[in-house]
Design a protein around this ligand. Structure first.
Ligand SMILES: Cc1ncc(COP(=O)(O)O)c(C=O)c1O
Length: 489
């Protein structure tokens, strides 16, 4: 590593000459990793991004399942600039704004009948929205005279964000591990992951869905009336990779919550705003959460934005109770972010992008993504292909029969990600789907403006990337084995 020399003062205030002090050379920006080089992105248009060297990338993962309307849509910055010219910011303790009131109404309409006469709380992203939802659930229970209820149950192998409250309900082992002494933990129930199920799946997963749902009933009963809410991703996002729920599971989860007066919180940070081919993923299974959390596609990345959408029951409890939600951020309901969100929502509706993301709709790019990705199953390293709409994952295995994962230190998914980047293709590699450490998968979540042809060529490049990494690994293993033979081991 290059070393940068620095002069400094020792703790006793004596001067230390720079020849005696060395520090790692690093940029002023604290990037995600010191071990990876990051190209500098300078432009985006449609499904493409360009770096400063002029290299073009097809954004096959919508960054991290963020971009839904495509890059470089000029009407979005135009709406933001207009808002900024009129009014850049006011504090929500002093003012409301026309953009916030109108956009909240439009978003409630988009969220559906269940949220009629409900309310929206705007934040700057997913984690802030999850924090808001957890506190909202707690305050709701207090307002309705259930002050004992303060626990939030969640599922293993889930991801709800990086702030401490969101981490406490998340199950992603690697992202939580070092912060565990700092977080308050409640029960995590099992999560249906039928490629590697804990239960019997031979009846098309009807039984296993009920077994997993029963875990929630048991956990709520064991808490002795202390559970305020249950948070879940309708389709698992980054941690497990686009796992859809077994039939009947979410309906049972919803009934169990109702039975115990526990608020149902759907975390649709990744799956909301059309990503799965419905406005919100819960609509696929006809369930009605009390609180819906969304971000990412809400602004498609044009501005930091998240939203917590609550039913009339929840908002009325506060309105008719203490009269104020005890929570706030300086930048909640930021007018410029809201202008971006409103323009994005209007674009989604004008261009029928939710239908484009519907994998059940013949001739949609999402339908082609389903077909094309499933062709990858013929590759020996691909164990599973799963997903819905424009949210898919490919899980890699060392052995298709036994489903044995690759050793985590190989970082198979990361290597495929790098091989794809070389070809100008962006995917979202993750590890830990098997047990928090082992297991490799890639998330695929392109913008809804992708064409069927672009899907075909991207999947072909992805297949080539997987083959390249697989053959390299087979070649390395063969070389290792032949050197052992040579040594007579
Ligand atoms: C389901 C889910 N919830 C919450 C978050 C956290 O959102 P953010 O990264 O915007 O804070 C994410 C981010 O990936 C997510 O996928």
């Amino acid at each position: 590593m290059n070393a940068l020399t620095l002069s400094c003062y020792a703790p006793d205030n004596s001067f230390v000459p720079d020849s005696l002090v060395s520090a790692p050379r690093h940029p002023a920006l604290l990037r995600r990793s010191f071990r990876k080089t990051f190209p500098a992105a300078v432009r985006g248009e449609g499904v493409y991004l360009w770096d400063e060297t002029g290299k073009q990338y097809l954004d096959f993962s919508g960054s991290a399942a963020v971009n839904f309307i495509g890059h470089g849509v000029s009407e979005i910055p135009a709406a933001m600039a207009e808002q900024a010219r009129d009014l850049e910011f006011v504090h929500t303790s002093q003012f409301t704004t026309p953009i916030a009131e109108v956009y909240a109404q439009e978003l409630l309409g988009f969220a559906g009948e269940q949220f009629r006469d409900g309310a929206v709380y705007f934040t700057c992203g997913g984690s802030e929205s999850v924090e808001t939802a957890l506190k909202l659930a707690r305050q709701y229970q207090l307002e309705v005279g259930q002050g004992e209820r303060h626990q939030i149950l969640s599922r293993t192998q889930s991801y709800h964000g990086s702030t401490l409250g969101a981490l406490s309900v998340s199950g992603n082992r690697r992202r939580r591990e070092i912060y565990l002494p700092m977080v308050r933990e409640f029960t995590h129930i099992g999560i249906p992951y039928c490629y590697r199920c804990n239960y019997d799946c031979t009846d098309g997963c009807r039984n296993c869905g009920q077994e997993y749902a029963a875990e929630l009933d048991t956990a709520i009963t064991a808490s002795d009336g202390k559970v305020a809410g249950f948070i879940f991703e309708p389709v698992s996002g980054a941690t497990l990779g686009a796992v859809t729920p077994p039939p009947g599971y979410l309906n049972s989860i919803s009934e169990i919550c109702r039975k115990h007066n526990v608020l149902l919180i759907a975390d649709e940070v990744m799956t909301g705003m059309g990503r799965t081919g419905k406005n919100f993923a819960v609509e696929h299974w006809g369930i009605m959460p009390d609180i819906l959390v969304t971000a990412k596609g809400l602004s498609s990345g044009y501005a930091p934005l998240g939203a917590v959408i609550m039913t009339k029951k929840v908002v009325d409890a506060i309105a008719n109770g203490s009269g104020a939600f005890l929570h706030g951020f300086t930048y909640n309901s930021h007018p410029i972010s809201l202008a971006a969100g409103q323009a994005v929502l209007r674009r989604i509706q004008k261009q029928n992008l939710v239908q484009e993301a519907d994998s059940a709709k013949p001739k949609s790019p999402a339908e082609n993504l389903d077909t094309a990705l499933n062709r990858l199953r013929s590759l020996s390293a691909v164990g599973d292909v799963r997903g819905i709409g424009l949210l898919w994952a490919a899980e890699f295995v060392a052995d298709q029969q036994t489903k044995q994962p690759f050793p985590p230190q190989l970082n198979f998914a990361g290597q495929v990600g790098q091989a794809a980047v070389k070809r100008g293709l962006l995917v979202y590699p993750m590890q830990g789907c098997v047990d928090g450490t082992a297991g490799d998968h890639l998330l695929i979540a392109p913008p809804a403006v992708i064409t069927r042809d672009q899907v075909d060529s991207a999947v072909e490049q992805l297949g080539d990337s997987i083959e390249e990494v697989s053959s390299h690994i087979i070649w390395s293993a063969a070389r290792f084995n032949s050197s052992r033979d040579h040594l007579g081991e």
